[in-house]
Design a protein around this ligand. Structure first.
Ligand code: OMP
Length: 235
C-alpha cells in the first residue's frame, strides 16, 4: 500500500504498455482512472494483474445507492485492491457501495479497500464556497466528509496531504489517507490546486501518494518514479 501509486492516465492500452515497459518488470501500485478504463474496458485489469501490479480502480462512483451497490458488485469481481466513491453521494450510498463490494468479492479473496473522495485536489476553497455553496473552510469540509465516510464503514478517504494530519487526529491512524495532488519540486501544478511534494506528504501523515504527471510526463519516467519513491521514503 505504501509504494507511490502511479496514475496511468493514458488514452489506450498501447500507450500504457509502452510506459510500463520502462519500469523493467518492477511490481508497481498503479491507478486506473476513467480515461483509460473507458477506452479499454475491464480486460485491462486482468492484463495489469498478470504483470504483477496492485491496482487502485479510480472510477469515483456517485449515484443513487441502488446503482452504486450493483456497480460495486461488478467491480469487486475484478479483484482490484482499492476502489472509490464520492463522499458527497452520502452515507446511504457509501453503505450501499460496501454492501455491493462484500456481495461481489469472490470466496477466499479480500474485499477491495473502499475510500471516498472528499474535496477534489483540483478544488480551491474559493471555488468550493462559490460553486458548491459549502460556506465553511475547505479543511472543515474535508474533515466532515472524512467523518461521514468513517461512520459509513469505509476504509479511508482521498484528500490532499494538506488535510491528512487533521484527519488522523480526528479519526485515527488506521483510516487511509490517499493523497493525489503530488508534484516533484519545479513541476507545474496544472489543474491541481492543493499540491505538495512527496516528502511533504509523508511529513503531513499521508498513507499513500498518487502521482500522475510528475512521472508520466517526465522525460525519463522511471528516473522520476525512483525520485518520488526516494522522497516519499516508504515501501
Ligand atoms: O481519486 C483520485 O485519484 C483523485 C482525487 C483527487 O481529489 N484528485 C486527483 O487528482 N485524483 C486523481 O489523481 C491523479 C492525479 O494526477 P496528476 O495531477 O497528473 O498527478 C489523477 O488521475 C486524478 O484523477
Amino acid at each position: 500500500m505504501h509504494k507511490p501509486i502511479i496514475a496511468l492516465d493514458f488514452p489506450s492500452w498501447e500507450d500504457t504498455r509502452e510506459f510500463l515497459q520502462g519500469f523493467h518488470g518492477e511490481p508497481l501500485y498503479v491507478k486506473v482512472g476513467m480515461e483509460l478504463f473507458y477506452q479499454t474496458g475491464p480486460g485491462l485489469i486482468a492484463s495489469l494483474k498478470e504483470m504483477g501490479h496492485d491496482i487502485f480502480l479510480d472510477l469515483k462512483l456517485h449515484d443513487i445507492p441502488n446503482t452504486v451497490r450493483q456497480s460495486m458488485k461488478g467491480l469487486a469481481a475484478l479483484d482490484v485492491n482499492m476502489v472509490n466513491v464520492h463522499a458527497a453521494g452520502g452515507s446511504e450510498m457509501m453503505e450501499a457501495a460496501l454492501e455491493g463490494l462484500d456481495a461481489g468479492t469472490r470466496a477466499g479473496r479480500e474485499r477491495p479497500a473502499l475510500i471516498a473522495v472528499t474535496q477534489l485536489t483540483s478544488t480551491s476553497e474559493t471555488q468550493m464556497q462559490k460553486e458548491q455553496g459549502i460556506l465553511k473552510p475547505l479543511r472543515e469540509s474535508v474533515l466532515d466528509y472524512a467523518a461521514l465516510a468513517y461512520e459509513s464503514g469505509l476504509d479511508g478517504v482521498v484528500c490532499s496531504a494538506l488535510e491528512a494530519r487533521d484527519i488522523m487526529d480526528r479519526i485515527g491512524a488506521a483510516f487511509l489517507k490517499v493523497t493525489p495532488g503530488i508534484r516533484l519540486a519545479g513541476d507545474g501544478a496544472s489543474d491541481q490546486k492543493r499540491v505538495v511534494t512527496p516528502e511533504r506528504a509523508r511529513e503531513l501523515g499521508a498513507t499513500a501518494i498518487v502521482v500522475g504527471r510528475s512521472i508520466t510526463k517526465a522525460a525519463d519516467p522511471y528516473t522520476a518514479y525512483l525520485k518520488v519513491k526516494q522522497q516519499w521514503g516508504k515501501e
